[in-house]
Design a protein around this ligand. Sequence first.
Ligand code: TYM
Length: 327
Amino acid sequence: MKRVLSGIQPSGKLTLGNYIGALKNFVTLQHDHVCNFMVVDLHAITVPQNPADLREQSESVAALFVAAGIDPAKANVYMQSHVRQHAQLGWMLTTLTSMGELERMTQFKDKSAGKESVGAGLFVYPALMAADILIYNADLVPVGEDQKQHLELTRDLAGRFNSRYGEYFKMPEPYIPKVGARIMSLDDASKKMSKSNPNPGSMIALLDTPDEIRKKISRATTDSGREVRFDPANKPEVSNLITIYSQCSGLSVAEVEARYEGQMYGPFKKDLAEVVVSELEPLQQRYRDIRQSGEIRSILRQGAEKASEMAEKTLTDVQQLMGFLPY
Ligand code: TYM
């Protein structure tokens, strides 16, 4: 069976973008792949985090994984920091990465733009992400469009390692959904929907109440036209809402367009809100149950134990190939 690895940062509240671009695909892939899904706390600390918030967010994101449908019996769910080999391989891969490669990363450029001081961790972040993937020799990495460049760097580093130390790593492939790989902000369709956006109206959080969801969707920007038509170049706002509709209802984009032919934005947005609410309500109920049961800690422990076994094997091989003296 092919191996799958992905991760989500426990910074801020998970959004509908995280769900459609990544989490939903984690759930699909778990049935016929060996899956590792982690909450990447080591990545989250590349920007300052309040310790109490980090702890709460970490547990919350892990519970959301399970609430979204990841079955811990099928896929390992764990904290990145609990599998210590990630950081070790991360360091080794950092030494194979050039400053120029890291400077070209658009996520680094975006996150460091306008900052007086930028942490070195934010800069070397992609080498740790490469380690996350390569430590399991993953075949597939389900991510949204914004992570594509990091995946390309991962493949470059795998190739560099192989040519320097001998064929070892497989070339991981990104698994990017055809529809929904880049869900845009509700207030500005030129920006992706993001958990770090300070305007809560720009995004739907997975734990928003039904009324919050209805309010945010009714206020979402559209255009001065009237047609519910998918045309990202000319109608980016409406196209984004159609994408969300399609991904939360299971209808294709064409089916959504057909359903609203000749109708105005009002009824479309009203229905969209209900479609999103019905997709998220059962997830929220499961989330509350999981948090209440307190079982998430033991799920995380078991996940980390199983993932560590795979990771330790890779780390030992890599150390040997690189010429580290055995312990
Ligand atoms: P993060 O935490 O920013 O986002 C988690 C996942 O959600 C996807 N995503 C989106 N997809 C569609 N539309 C959006 N608006 C949207 N916003 C976010 C992201 O593409 C991502 O798949 N570097 C990663 C975390 C990471 C990782 C890894 C991922 C660390 N190690 C190893 C894969 C493999 C990140 O910051 O994702």
